[in-house]
Design a protein around this ligand. Structure first.
Ligand code: CTP
Length: 404
């Protein structure tokens, strides 16, 4: 992807350096354009070193006749050569200029000349953000088809607390990848995904849970959103940001996850059950904190509902993908779970293998298919594995339809 990163003159301009890096890490080329005031906050050299490209700082360069001649069409060249225009931070001043079509400098001129996707990440003082003028400008820009990444809430550089902070650069980079992704082959699908662990209360301060980080399920959600699907992510407690373009339903226990899944089932065309759901819950959680005694204590556990099996009984013509976390007999266990729970595919992985267990960023999985096939995928990032799962899921659905 070819990204133009416009940087406005706000205190968050320093985070744009991290954003440039995040784009580079994702294989993008990055052309940075600094406004004059952004150049007061952060030097062009920082961006030039990070992106290996000359940084554009001014419409008319140094003012020499030659430079004026070449740079006067530069905004057209830059506009034509790139896929997305990201402005981070977008100041209140830039929002106003973009909204009204004013073009006093390179970035605002480029904005008018650019015909690709425009993604704006506003960051400013809370009162400036809430001001009717700013909100009007944001509305006008959104109505025009510009993507607005709303600011985060938190403590701002000016000392106030509220919305106004530039979101985490890695999150912005992922959002841009999602918006700019060229392949939209899941357009029209509604994909219901479960992720993370569940927590089963023992008393108000303790619970039973497992080591699931949610990274695989979140990668599946991000991949589906990138490819154009409507994504409903039902997540147990994890320490991961909500992926851009994904509807998040936060749950805690297996019972809550079951209700959320069944409540959204009618919308779904594909269901991916990657959550590590607790198999048991405490029969009678204590209403008050349990006090320790020298005596041995035991907990009485009842089985939870098997959500995958319940969906399997009610799936209709939806494609159902389950997971199998195993420490041995990967394929036979995957196949057994596929049959007993009526799934169409089971993604089986050996959670005990070094480097690919819970919390890792890579995974190595085997796909067990209803059509009888077994596909061993190579070790790859969870995001790449997620894309492979969807590639095979789409082929599997075609094969299943052809059979019926
Ligand atoms: N699953 C579920 N509800 C449960 C337990 C599991 O929906 N109460 C789903 C998981 O989300 C996963 C699949 O069932 O898609 C397999 O989960 P796994 O923990 O590997 O297997 P279990 O069926 O729980 O069997 P076991 O723990 O005995 O291996």
């Amino acid at each position: 992807m070819k990204v133009i990163l416009g940087v406005g003159g706000g205190i968050a301009a320093y985070k744009a350096a991290e954003l440039a890096r995040a784009f580079m890490e994702r294989g993008a080329t990055v052309q940075v354009v600094l406004t004059a005031s952004a150049g007061e906050f952060i030097r062009p050299l920082t961006f030039a070193a990070l992106t290996n490209q000359k940084v554009i700082t001014d419409l008319f360069g140094s003012g020499s006749a030659d430079e004026v001649l070449s740079s006067s069409v530069e905004h057209i060249r830059v506009a034509q050569e790139n896929d997305v225009l990201v402005v981070a931070p977008t100041t209140a001043d830039l929002l106003a200029k973009f909204a009204s079509g004013l073009a006093p400098d390179f970035l605002t001129t480029l904005y008018l000349a650019f015909t690709g996707k425009v993604i704006l990440a506003p960051a400013m003082n809370t009162n400036m953000w809430h001001h009717a003028a700013t909100q009007d400008n944001v509305e006008r820009l959104a109505a025009r088809g510009n993507y607005i990444l709303p600011p985060d809430e938190g403590l701002l550089a000016c000392g106030t607390t509220g919305p106004g902070r530039l979101p985490d650069p890695a999150w912005i980079a992922e959002a841009v990848v999602t918006i700019g992704h060229p392949r939209k082959d899941l357009d029209g699908e509604t994909i219901l995904i479960t992720a993370g662990p569940t927590q089963e209360a023992i008393d108000p301060v303790r619970f039973i849970s497992n080591h699931s980080s949610g990274k695989m399920g979140y990668a599946i959600a991000a991949a589906a959103a990138c490819r154009g699907a409507r994504v409903i992510l039902i997540s147990g407690p994890v320490d991961l940001p909500q992926p851009y373009g994904v509807e998040l339903v936060a749950v805690t226990s297996a019972a809550e996850m079951r209700d959320a899944v069944m409540g959204h089932l009618s919308d779904a065309t594909i269901i991916v059950k990657s959550a590590a759901v607790a198999d048991y819950h405490v029969a009678n959680p204590a209403p008050q904190k349990l006090k320790k005694t020298p005596a041995r204590m035991s907990l009485e556990l009842d089985p939870t509902v098997d959500i995958l099996a319940e969906v399997g009984r009610n799936k209709g013509d939806r494609l159902l993908i389950g997971f199998a976390a195993e420490t041995q007999n990967l394929v036979s266990e995957g196949r057994r779970k596929m049959e007993t729970k009526n799934a169409d595919m089971v993604v089986a992985n050996l959670v005990s293998t070094e480097g690919i267990g819970f919390g890792a960023d890579v995974n190595e999985v085997t796909l067990v298919l209803r059509t009888g096939g077994v596909i061993q995928l190579p070790r790859a990032t969870k995001r790449a594995v997620a894309d492979e799962i969807f590639d095979h899921a789409l082929k599997l659905r075609l094969a299943l339809h052809a059979r019926s």
